[in-house]
Design a binder for this molecule. Structure first.
Ligand SMILES: Nc1nc2c(ncn2[C@@H]2O[C@H](COP(=O)(O)OP(=O)(O)OP(=O)(O)O)[C@@H](O)[C@H]2O)c(=O)[nH]1
Ligand SMILES: [Mg+2]
Length: 208
């Protein structure tokens, strides 16, 4: 994917704040500190467009980025980290749920999992919730650089068992090495193309 432009648009908390545009959007969800913002930066070849941190709970609002004047990436706050203040934890559920339910042009959710960890209760609840609400989503196993090839395969088996889905459904990724970047773009590209086709758009392709 050629990135011609990538810019931060706004931080939103409630539906009134969401952009009123027809652009399709791709959202990134997962536990705090799992690497959602880093994944966005890697995909966009930017170092600090989405703010990242060693401290969980860095992203606290719904952050919109506009790419190539054609679509949005939406960086969501993470869940499930014990040290995040209670007020923020309480706000997370309703804020994300509202977002996921209301955005008609949400073409794909990427659910980010730490390759080293077994899915948490929060991960499982989110997976079930996405399924129940027929929201299209795919899994990315990030921080793959922290495991050897064998460890990664072992972990992928454990995680896929926990979720009861095929191992192939988990895309390996590393923000450190760039591993998996092309593959994740392929999945995003297919979702964006599907949206364009469903709308009967002609002209310039989203993916090049
Ligand atoms: N080694 C390694 N570190 C990573 C990777 N992705 C993210 N990190 C590190 O993990 C930490 C958290 O990354 P973020 O991208 O801020 O995580 P987040 O999911 O956006 O976190 P919240 O906004 O708090 O929910 C940072 O210190 C990153 O440098 C990766 O693929 N490999
Ligand atoms: Mg973040």
């Amino acid at each position: 994917m050629k990135i011609r432009s990538a810019e931060f648009i706004k931080s939103a908390r409630c539906p009134e704040d969401f952009p009123r545009s027809e652009f399709p959007e791709v959202a990134f969800v997962g536990r705090s500190n799992v690497g959602k913002s880093s994944l966005i930066n890697t995909l966009l070849n930017r170092r600090r467009l989405a703010q990242t941190s060693n401290t969980p709970g860095r992203t606290r609002l719904i952050n919109y980025f506009e790419i190539n004047n054609l679509f949005y990436f939406v960086d969501l706050p993470g869940y499930g980290y014990a040290r995040v203040p209670l007020a923020i934890k309480k706000e997370w559920g309703p804020m994300i749920e509202r977002y996921l339910k209301i955005r008609e042009n949400l073409v794909l959710v990427l659910m980010i999992l730490d390759a080293r960890r077994i899915p948490s209760k929060g991960d499982e609840m989110l997976k079930q919730w996405l399924e129940c609400n027929s929201i299209p989503f795919r899994y990315v196993m990030t921080k793959a650089d922290k495991l050897s090839s064998n460890e990664f395969l072992q972990q992928r088996r454990r995680i896929s068992d926990a979720f009861n889905v095929l191992q192939e459904d988990f895309m390996p990724f590393s923000a450190l090495t760039g591993r998996g970047k092309e593959n994740v773009w392929k999945v995003i590209g297919a979702a964006l193309e599907g949206f364009r086709n469903s709308k009967g758009y002609a002209g310039e392709a989203v993916i090049d």
